[in-house]
Ligand binder design. Structure first.
Ligand code: GDG
Length: 477
């Protein structure tokens, strides 16, 4: 067994919860990255003297990166070489696993050197976790970039409780089988005591694959390993800091900005909104086409209806993302060129990222929120919109292929491959009786406010703490 460190709780994720920033005086500093995961895990990490291991972005070397403390959290930055960024991160994680796990919406690429790099990076993260974790500690590994860590870590430190959570979908057998390294990935995940997914369907896909491909005995959500260990696979649908979003939405500053946004758009009757990372899984192209056709058909009028699309820059080094960006640029240009009038474009397109306050103001300003992914693990944007609509107004159009669709049943649900279906849902949502809108939003708000991200983290860690084994300390929620 490797010698143990002092942390009772260790988070292993591809990224650290802070971003490198250049301060006004020219020196380098850190800023907490916005996001639900950080908000959820941060208080638990503090209460347990926890450590977060992750890549800070960039290509600093090991010598240039020192562990540091950030308000009670220990942060351990991991270096990645330029080759590793290209092969592990942009390559295997985002051009092999990402499209494969999202229903092969784009064609996954399989390259042996990418796999080697993925494996090497996972090993380094596992070794570091083994150094940081105290005797019997809990290690919670996050997401698809780190799927080999559980097994690698267990070999080094059999005393640990290891949890894994996958933020993206886990594909059905028929698709997963394409992966040349399918068995290694399954075995990597089986190093955990608890493997968490967004939906129970994904957990079932995993158990079925383990039975078929690795040949272990399974019963319902349990896998029985030959060495006597049991692994549980279960669903833990992630959420947001619901109260935090509502509070932000209620602030005077956000309320004023929401009014201003509508004014700047020319006070249209209906504001449609899309907010996504610029990613081909999100269905941005199809949704904008559907909206444009409604104008062409005479169902909506330019000036009276406007579509605001925020597309946050993402993975710009990966070819598929560059192609997507060009496609969307061209589509928006054509739609506005064909249908827009002076001062009234049909689509207001923003390829940029904004502070949380501006996002909340956009959610407040939008009459119809349009979320149309072809496949999405959960989709937090849908939940954020709901959390911000404290007046119980606002209509949500939501793809049935987003994990969030299982909880947000009262949304106008659509199949994003069905353009006509999407068009009628957009119209129905925008013409719905206020009473109907309120009834739906009330029900969705109950769900989102009662199931926030803190409850998600607590339930995962409670389940992990309750599993089998006498050894291992539990983590205080
Ligand atoms: C993955 C899974 C799963 C976006 N632009 C800005 C900004 N955002 C924030 C949103 C939201 C988050 O980013 C995006 O989360 P999503 O869930 O919508 O999508 P992914 O990034 O694909 O996340 C997904 C999630 O992991 C969690 O498990 O739900 O299925 O794919 O919070 O608000 N935030 C700010 N400025 C922006 O410009 N501040």
């Amino acid at each position: 067994m490797a010698s143990s460190g002092s942390a009772d709780l260790v988070i292993v994720a591809n990224r650290l919860p802070v971003d490198r920033v250049t301060l006004p005086d020219g020196t380098q500093g850190w800023r907490q990255s916005p996001g639900g995961l950080v908000t959820a895990i941060e208080p638990i990490l503090r209460a347990n003297q926890g450590t977060w291991i992750g890549w800070p972005g960039g290509t600093e070397t090991e010598d240039e990166l020192e562990p540091f403390e950030d308000e009670g959290m220990n942060l351990v930055p991991m270096a990645m070489t330029a080759d590793e960024v290209e092969d592990h991160y942009e390559g295997f994680s985002n051009a092999t696993l990402w499209p494969l796990y999202h229903d092969v919406v784009a064609k996954p690429e399989f390259h042996r050197e990418w796999w080697n790099s993925y494996s090497a990076v996972n090993r380094r993260f596992a070794e570091r976790a083994a150094e940081e974790a105290a005797e019997g500690a809990t290690v919670w590994v996050q997401d698809y970039q780190m799927q080999l860590v559980p097994q690698m870590l267990r070999e080094l430190r059999p005393d640990l409780r290891i949890g894994f959570f996958l933020h993206i979908p886990f594909p059905p057998t028929e698709l997963f089988q394409q992966l040349p390294w399918r068995r290694q990935i399954l075995e990597g995940l089986l190093g955990a005591d608890l493997v968490g997914f967004q939906l129970s369907g994904a957990a079932q896909n995993f158990v079925r694959l383990v039975r078929q491909r690795v040949g272990h005995k399974t019963h319902r959500d349990l896998v029985y390993l030959p060495d006597g260990r049991t692994v549980k696979a279960a669903a833990f649908p992630i959420s947001i800091d619901s109260a935090g979003f509502e509070e932000l939405a209620r602030s005077e500053q956000v309320e004023e900005r929401a009014v201003e946004i509508r004014e700047q758009l020319g006070n249209p009757q209906k504001v449609f909104l899309g907010v996504d990372r610029l990613d081909y899984t999100k269905g941005i192209y199809a949704r904008l086409r559907a909206f444009a056709e409604l104008i062409e058909d005479g169902e909506l009028d330019v000036g009276e209806a406007v579509f605001v699309q925020v597309a946050t820059p993402s993975r710009e080094q990966v070819e598929q993302y560059r192609i997507l960006r060009d496609d969307i640029d061209r589509l928006v240009g054509r739609i506005n060129g064909d249908l827009g009038r002076i001062g009234s474009p049909a689509i207001s397109y923003l390829h940029a990222s904004f502070p949380r306050e501006e996002m909340a103001a956009l959610y407040r300003a939008a009459d119809v929120m349009v979320v149309t992914p072809f496949r999405d693990g959960m989709n937090l944007v849908a939940k954020e919109y709901v959390a911000c609509r404290f007046d119980n107004d606002g209509a949500l159009v939501l793809s049935e292929f987003a994990g969030a669709a299982e909880e947000l049943r009262q949304a106008w649900q659509i199949n994003p491959y069905d353009i006509n279906g999407m068009k009628s849902a957009l119209l129905d949502a925008c013409r719905a009786e206020p009473r109907d809108v309120t009834r739906r939003m009330k029900a969705m708000r109950k769900q989102v406010m009662e199931h926030d991200v803190a409850a998600w983290a607590d339930s995962f860690l409670a389940e992990l703490g309750s599993l089998g084994k006498a050894h291992g300390k539990s983590v205080r929620p």
